[in-house]
Write a protein that binds this ligand. Structure first.
Ligand code: GDP
Length: 318
């Protein structure tokens, strides 16, 4: 396939290859990715999460436009595991980002649909690399906090931004603890509605974060207030992301985070590949149903069934 990543159309076509289930398309996508690897890694990768209605699309539209006006090229990707059920993505939808979707210096792509979270994550990671090769220097990866999607996105970015509502500050129980653990910054959004409430929420989250041990010793996640609708606080937020880049580059934790992410990704791909090969191995297929039934009814110990199936796959003495 001829691809020209220098146009948005060319990039969109390349991503379509990455998303395709066809074996020949996947082989093409792998070849393409290998050929552009040296062009990747130069962007600022930012994950953004928040409950529906927190103002993500309004925020991304304003934040992304501010960045393109500053001279950046901005790509917006989405990780939405629910698109499998709804049949269409609610994230990354172009109508949600009116300005950015017609901005020459921006590229907006909805979540791949019809995939498990693992499948969406894999495709989004590969699309992210293609966007970098196409010269986008800021990549925003949007997600809603469904299941493990936040952790998955936090695992593919340099900086994870959590948007919160001002009135949620009074009830910290509503927040998943796991989200605070992966946040590099919490922004209390829609601060224009009620500044006092926003400041109160800011203090609440600051206290909550103080209790947690920072994951990275070179960065204590701050809490800011902002409003995507008015643009308030967006410049400060970007300055904070730049400061994080500087600090984590100096401490080496940025490179380490990326290296860890690559290794985790490789391991996941190996696991996926092994499971797929195992499930499609003819000797395993021949035995699997009977083994499952035996284990379910208690006739065969799980360990013995696993051993026999692994032997059928060619793994001895496991
Ligand atoms: P999403 O579901 O997280 O993408 O949220 P949206 O961006 O669609 O916003 C949900 C609603 O909140 C919309 O009606 C927006 O107009 C409104 N909204 C978003 N950001 C702000 C903000 O900063 N201030 C105010 N007052 N309203 C906002």
């Amino acid at each position: 396939m001829e691809v020209n990543l220098s146009t948005r159309r060319g990039l969109a076509r390349a991503i379509t290859r990455v998303e395709s289930r066809r074996t020949d398309h996947q082989a093409e996508a792998r070849k393409l990715l290998s050929s552009v690897m040296s062009e990747t890694g130069k962007s600022q990768r930012i994950g953004i999460t928040g409950v529906p209605g927190v103002g993500k699309s309004t925020f991304i539209d304003a934040f992304g436009t501010m960045l393109t006006e500053m001279g950046h090229k901005v790509a917006v990707l989405a990780v939405d595991p629910t698109s499998q059920r709804s049949g269409g993505s609610i994230l990354g939808d172009k109508t949600r980002m009116a300005r950015l979707s017609v901005d020459e210096k921006a590229f907006v792509r909805p979540s791949p649909a019809g995939e498990t979270l693992g499948g969406v994550a894999r495709k989004t990671r590969e699309s992210l690399l293609l966007c970098e090769a196409a010269g986008y220097d800021v990549i925003l990866v949007e997600t809603v906090g469904v299941g493990q999607s936040e952790t998955v996105v936090a695992n593919m970015v340099d900086f994870f931004l959590v948007l919160m509502l001002p009135n949620a500050g009074d009830d910290l129980q509503g927040i998943k603890k796991g989200v605070l653990e992966v946040a590099d910054l919490i922004a209390v959004n829609k601060a224009d509605i009620d500044e006092k409430a926003a400041k109160r929420a800011q203090r609440h989250y600051q206290n909550a974060l103080h209790i947690l041990e920072p994951v990275d010793p070179s960065w204590s996640p701050p809490v800011l207030t902002c409003a995507g609708a008015t643009g308030d606080g967006l410049k400060e937020l970007w300055d904070t992301i730049e400061l994080h880049k500087k600090k984590t580059e100096e401490s080496g934790s940025r490179d380490k985070r990326r290296a860890d992410q690559q290794l985790t990704w490789m391991n996941e791909l190996i696991q996926d590949g092994l499971m797929a090969a195992f499930r499609s191995h003819p000797d395993v297929v021949a035995k699997l149903a009977a083994m499952k039934q035996g284990v379910e009814t208690g006739a065969i110990p799980a360990s013995a069934a696993a051993e026999q199936l692994l032997e059928a796959f060619g793994v001895e003495g496991f």
